[in-house]
Write a protein that binds this ligand. Structure first.
Ligand code: SF4
Length: 309
C-alpha cells in the first residue's frame, strides 16, 4: 500500500475563526427563510444534543473531521464549525480528505472550497482504489474493503498527527440501516454507536450526526450549495443486502414516517432482561435459592445503580 502523504497544510485556527462563514439561507427559492431556519436549528439542536448525551467533544479536543465531499460530511463539518463558534469550550476542527485516487476524482474541489471558506484542511493521498480493484473480483461490491482501507488510513493519520477524535458523517438512517443489516444477515443486535474506541484503540470515533435524518441533511447540503462529490466514481454498486434494507426503510418512510425515529429511539432504550443474552443479563442467577432474591443484573450493573448483586 502506498504510504499516506499529506499534500496540504492546515491554516491556523485563529484564521479559521476570523473568516467563519455563518450559515446562510439557500440560494434558490426552494424553501422560504422560515423553513430554512427551522431546518438549520433542528440540525444544530440534534448535533448539540448528541454531543451532550455522549460527551462527543471535550475541552481541548483536536478533531479530525473526515471529509469525503459527500453531503453528509460537508453537513457535519458545517454544523460542527457553526457550533464551535458558540461553544463554551475550545476545540479544534481540521477537515481531512482521503484522496483514494479514484478515476475522475475532482481533487481541486475540496481544497478550493476549504480555502475559500477559511477551513483548516489536509489531504491524504493514498491509492486504495487500485488495491480494491486488484483484490476484489469483478461484479463484487468494493465498498467493504474500500471502507476498511479508508478507516485504516484515517486512524493512522489521526494517531500520527495528535488528533483526539475522528468525526464521521454517519447519520440516523445509516445507524438504523446497519442495525437491520446486522439483524438480518449477521445474527446480531448491533448498530453503529455515536461514540466508540477505534479498532486500533488509539482514537475515539464520534458520529455527531447520529440524531439527524438523512432527508434533512440532503436538504441542508443542497441549500448550502456544498460542492458534492459523488461516492460512485469507483463504479461500485451498493451491496444487494444494503439495497434491500434501504428499500424497506424507504417504503416505511412513505407509509409510517415516524417509524425510523422510533427504531432509533429503541436503540437508546435497551432492556437486557427482556432479551436473551446471558452476557448482558444474569438469567442463571434469577431466583436461585442459594443466592436469595436476585434482580438478574450483572454485578457491575448493580454497583452502578447501588443495588445488591
Ligand atoms: S462507492 Fe466506491 S468509494 Fe464509495 S465506499 Fe464504495 S468502493 Fe469506496
Amino acid at each position: 500500500m502506498t504510504p499516506a502523504t499529506v499534500s496540504m497544510s492546515p491554516q491556523s485556527s485563529a484564521t479559521e475563526s476570523a473568516v467563519q462563514d455563518p450559515a446562510r439561507p439557500p440560494a434558490g427559492a426552494a424553501r422560504d427563510r422560515l423553513e430554512w431556519n427551522k431546518l438549520r436549528k433542528r440540525l444544530r439542536r440534534q448535533v448539540g444534543q448528541a454531543i451532550q448525551d455522549y460527551r462527543l467533544i471535550e475541552s481541548g479536543d483536536r478533531i479530525l473531521v473526515a471529509l469525503s465531499g459527500g453531503k453528509d460530511s460537508w453537513t457535519m463539518l458545517d454544523l460542527l464549525r457553526d457550533l464551535r463558534a458558540a461553544a463554551p469550550v475550545p476545540f479544534e476542527l481540521v477537515a481531512v480528505n482521503l484522496d483514494q485516487k479514484q478515476p475522475g476524482f475532482p481533487e481541486h474541489v475540496i481544497p478550493d472550497y476549504c480555502r475559500a471558506h477559511g477551513i483548516p484542511f489536509q489531504v491524504i493521498e493514498q491509492d486504495t482504489y487500485s488495491v480494491v480493484k486488484r483484490v476484489i473480483p469483478e461484479n463484487k461490491t468494493l465498498c467493504g474493503l474500500c471502507s476498511r482501507l479508508r478507516r485504516g488510513a484515517l486512524y493512522r493519520f489521526a494517531r500520527e498527527n495528535g488528533f483526539t477524535r475522528i468525526a464521521l458523517g454517519h447519520h440516523q438512517d445509516d445507524i438504523v440501516a446497519t442495525f437491520f443489516l446486522n439483524l438480518f444477515h449477521g445474527g446480531k443486535l448491533k448498530a453503529m454507536p455515536p461514540k466508540l474506541l477505534s479498532d486500533d484503540g488509539a482514537n475515539v470515533v464520534i458520529r455527531p450526526l447520529a440524531y439527524c435524518r438523512e432527508r434533512d441533511i440532503a436538504e441542508y447540503a443542497q441549500g448550502r450549495g456544498f460542492p458534492i462529490i459523488p461516492c460512485n466514481l469507483c463504479g461500485s454498486q451498493d451491496h444487494l443486502q444494503r439495497k434491500q434494507v434501504r428499500k424497506m426503510m424507504d417504503d416505511w418512510e412513505k407509509q409510517h414516517p415516524a417509524r425510523l425515529e422510533q427504531i432509533f429511539s429503541a436503540l437508546t432504550n435497551v432492556a437486557p432482561s427482556q432479551l436473551a443474552d446471558p452476557r448482558l443479563f444474569d438469567f442463571a442467577a434469577l431466583g436461585a435459592r442459594e443466592t436469595g432474591t436476585h434482580n438478574g443484573l450483572m454485578p457491575e450493573q448493580n454497583s452502578r445503580i447501588g443495588g445488591n448483586p
